[in-house]
Design a binder for this molecule. Structure first.
Ligand SMILES: C[S@@+](CC[C@H](N)C(=O)[O-])C[C@H]1O[C@@H](n2cnc3c(N)ncnc32)[C@H](O)[C@@H]1O
Length: 235
């Protein structure tokens, strides 16, 4: 990515990065020094996957970026064999941006929760909300609306790991990537994944009507991603 990204000379609406965390003996799991600074030259909005340890160890490399929020991916199965700690069933996706928050595409998503609607109001009720503003949360005036039964998508996203169906050992599932992309990239916009692996981000982007570019160092994963993307999907 450090060679190809500058050569492409593109500005993306969103980068979705799932970098090597530098936490395993896998040969490709080596942090490319300085990549967040390079990414900052090609977009102003970025989701980055990682562990808390990864972000804390590399915090000096994110100085070009402001943090807007963190999302947790809750997976069905744990990773790792450690028996001296809690079983790890989550990873983080942090959203970073540059410039003014009002200039960054961010469209809060709503859905009808699978377990039914919970909360202080029920569908049909008139709801009043006080205004709020502050750094990284934008500005919202006091307003009233009718509860339509939908709720905001929450910061914990449950999505099953790809085990058995995976092209790549750390492949992210499309149902996890889809809300991140729809939140931060406008329809028809360009998503760039500098560590594309199986092409999961590119697949999620096209399924949600966004354009996508992927960069991947490993030739075999590139070929498998290209094959995946050559298959038709019903949109
Ligand atoms: C965590 S995996 C990404 C998995 C991907 N998100 C998926 O869902 O399939 C990181 C990928 O980055 C690739 N990689 C490592 N260093 C790279 C570099 N400098 N440039 C481009 N790709 C690199 C690795 O080969 C690996 O496939």
């Amino acid at each position: 990515m450090r060679e190809i990204l500058p050569a492409l000379g593109v500005q993306a609406d969103l980068i979705v990065a799932d970098p090597p965390y530098n936490e395993t003996p896998i040969t490709w799991d080596r942090w490319p020094t300085g990549w967040p600074t390079l990414a900052a030259q090609h977009t102003r909005s970025m989701w980055c996957f990682g562990s808390m340890r990864m972000f804390l160890d590399r915090r000096d490399q994110f100085t070009d970026w402001k943090l807007s929020q963190d999302v947790v991916w809750h997976k069905n199965a744990g990773a790792g064999m450690s028996t001296d700690r809690f079983r790890r069933v989550h990873e983080y996706a942090l959203h970073w941006y540059q410039g003014a928050w009002r200039d960054i595409h961010h469209e809060a998503l709503r859905h009808v929760p699978p377990g039914g609607v919970k909360g202080r109001t029920k569908p049909g009720d008139a709801v009043r909300r006080n205004g709020e503003h502050g750094p990284h949360i934008g500005k919202r005036k006091r307003h009233t609306w009718t509860d339509d039964g939908s709720r905001m998508v929450t910061t914990v996203i449950g999505a099953s790991c790809m085990r058995g169906r995976a092209i790549h050992p750390t492949e992210k599932p499309v149902p996890l990537l889809d809300p991140l992309i729809r939140y931060a990239c406008p329809p028809g916009g360009l998503v760039l994944d500098p560590f594309a692996g199986s092409g999961s981000t590119l697949d999620a982007a096209r399924q949600s009507g966004r354009r996508a570019i992927g960069i991947e160092a490993n030739e075999e994963y590139c070929e498998r991603a290209a094959l995946r993307l050559s298959e038709l999907v019903l949109i």
